[in-house]
Write a protein that binds this ligand. Structure first.
Ligand SMILES: NC(=O)c1ccc[n+]([C@@H]2O[C@H](COP(=O)([O-])OP(=O)(O)OC[C@H]3O[C@@H](n4cnc5c(N)ncnc54)[C@H](O)[C@@H]3O)[C@@H](O)[C@H]2O)c1
Length: 257
């Protein structure tokens, strides 16, 4: 068991994938931090935020990006469940390992990173719900497998080198669920902000947690997210049950294993 992790004096957060869709929903919740934003290109940034543009696999760029940072919130990656291994390997595997290496080398306290419900998607497809985050990863697709790898390699950095790592298995991270398949694994914007800030602030040293809002008949067990991170979703997808399109499934992840 790693020792608990107290907050440091630095309030600098590096947000990777800062130009992406999840970052757009998250950024209004990070106004209390000194922000540094990393992406291939960052067309707009909040006032006062520093910007670092380039590739995650560029080690010089990473060294610059993490210097003086307390916590990295890592969202950069390929988010497509139907992407090929060739597309996924650079951003989701090599890029994340390089980021962890740079974080360790430059004294970053914590890396909070976006995993995905797809890392556990086979359980959902097979009807083994609610899914306990302590079960072994069971990805439903190559994308989910890269996220399971990320969880494994983050665990190595925590276990071997004491880097605090908190993985968040984000569900469908959209302002409102649009299809029935998103109802049981939706993560709404206010809950996304709460979850990430709690993950930045917690004294829990390491772990992997589901990132979903409340839902009637939720497929995701949030008990450890509540006890370790103090995450308590305020949103509930039930209010959209009558208005979403019926796409014929209740499964958030790839419905066919
Ligand atoms: N959107 C969702 O519903 C969802 C659900 C679960 C998990 N996630 C995860 O959350 C993260 C963000 O997802 P998103 O939907 O915002 O994706 P997105 O594609 O909208 O944004 C990702 C950003 O990362 C950047 N990026 C990708 N590879 C990079 C690299 N090698 N170097 C520098 N920048 C790079 C892209 O330019 C892009 O701006 C991803 O890791 C994704 O797997 C998303």
């Amino acid at each position: 068991m790693l020792p608990s992790v107290p907050p440091t004096a630095s309030r600098t957060v590096l947000l990777t994938g800062a130009a992406g869709r999840v970052a757009g929903q998250l950024l209004p919740g990070l106004q209390d931090y000194d922000l540094r934003l990393l992406d291939r290109s960052v067309p707009s940034a909040p006032p006062g935020a520093e910007v670092v543009e380039g590739e995650l696999t560029d080690r010089d760029l990473l060294a610059r990006a993490v210097t003086g940072v307390d916590t990295v919130v890592h969202l950069a990656g390929d988010p497509r469940p139907d992407a090929t291994w060739d597309d996924l390997r650079g951003p989701n595997v090599d890029g994340f390992a390089a980021l962890l290496g740079a974080a360790r080398e430059h004294g970053v306290r914590r890396v909070v990173y976006a995993s995905s419900v797809h890392a556990m998607g086979r359980y959902e497809a097979l009807g083994r719900v609610p899914i306990d985050p302590a079960w072994a990863p069971a990805p439903c697709c190559p994308y989910g497998a890269t996220k399971a790898f990320d969880e494994a390699v983050a665990g190595v950095f925590s276990h071997r080198w004491g880097l605090s790592t908190i993985g968040l298995r984000l569900g469908a991270t959209v302002p409102e669920p649009a299809q029935r398949s998103q109802l049981r694994g939706w993560l709404g914007p206010a809950d996304l902000r709460q979850l990430v800030v709690r993950a930045v602030e917690t004294t829990t040293p390491a772990g992997v947690y589901p990132g979903v809002s409340g839902a009637p008949g939720s497929h995701w067990d949030l008990t450890s997210a509540a006890s370790d991170l103090d995450y308590h979703p305020r949103l509930d997808s039930g209010r959209y049950a009558e208005t979403v399109e019926d796409d014929g499934t209740d499964v958030t992840t790839c419905p066919h294993p």
